[in-house]
Design a protein around this ligand. Sequence first.
Ligand code: FDA
Length: 309
Amino acid sequence: MLRRALLGVSRSSTIKNLVVKAPVTSNVVERFVAGETVDEVVAATRRLTGAGLSVTIDHLGEDTRDQAQADQVAQAYLDLLARLRDSGLSDRAEVSVKLSALGQFVGSDGERIAFENAELICGAARNARTTVTLDMEDHTTTDSTLGILRELRKDFPATGAVLQAYLHRTEADCHDLAYVGSRVRLCKGAYAEPESVAFTDQADVDKSYVRCAKILLAGAGYPMLATHDPRLVKIGQQLAADHDRALDSFEFQMLYGIRPTEQQRLANLGHRVRVYVPYGTDWYGYLVRRLAERPANLTFFARSLMTRS
Ligand code: FDA
């Protein structure tokens, strides 16, 4: 309920200004965001890969409304990929992109603009010998994003997809995407969705996650289990063993700053663990989703706001 309310109210520009300008915000942001610049995210990537973890980097931003801005986002990814290649980090670091940041909603040409930008990024990733994963946004974008994924995979078959267990449709999407070479990140889902399309009870979301993980781990693709939930991590390990999955035939994924000790523990056990590392100045939407996931984060944030003002 609180999560829904927070995700809803976050769309107000007054609230956004309040949060972005609050002096305390930077401490909270630092916990979840690796920095504002390429230098900072490259340093964080070096630290994480040095500890045996893999990385997927997100240049923060979403919901771009004009082509110039979409092209700037694409250029930021091209610069980032060149830096990863030149720093020798691209064997363990890939990128995650949001199609809405690449122009998916720029008028009637949005899908074409987003596709062309994503194609450029996939080309640069291939030159750097790494990959791209398309983040998944709210349910109104799912068909469009999976359509663009299908097109991209014709030339770039390693392009990763994201499926959200809270959507009713996702079991069927898992079946469709469980084929050889198909990289699929399975997450619970981070947006406020209506009952008509999504499970809204957490227990139902968790059950759906398990059903989807079963399909992906039984299939021929490369599942990427993105969750911090200790129960689901354990179930993921068990299902992988049940299906005789080699340790390099699937991976766990977690977000930067969340359960870092668990990330390291799983890597020390021999699992592939990839950390999703966001950077950039446009962190507001990302931060709100992280606060909404966990009331304790929100309480900490609210208390800090009150004591500073
Ligand atoms: P859950 O929210 O139940 O949390 C389980 C436990 O993890 C908590 O009890 C707590 O210990 C810890 N935890 C979780 N969130 C925390 C937080 N914010 N702060 C502190 N502790 C926290 N979503 C989406 O819609 N589209 C996408 O493309 C992606 N991409 C993505 C990539 C990766 C690598 C991850 C890990 C997640 C995503 N997500 C996402 C977000 C995902 O949908 C989901 O909202 C979060 O992962 C939280 O769900 P959990 O599975 O972690 O469980």
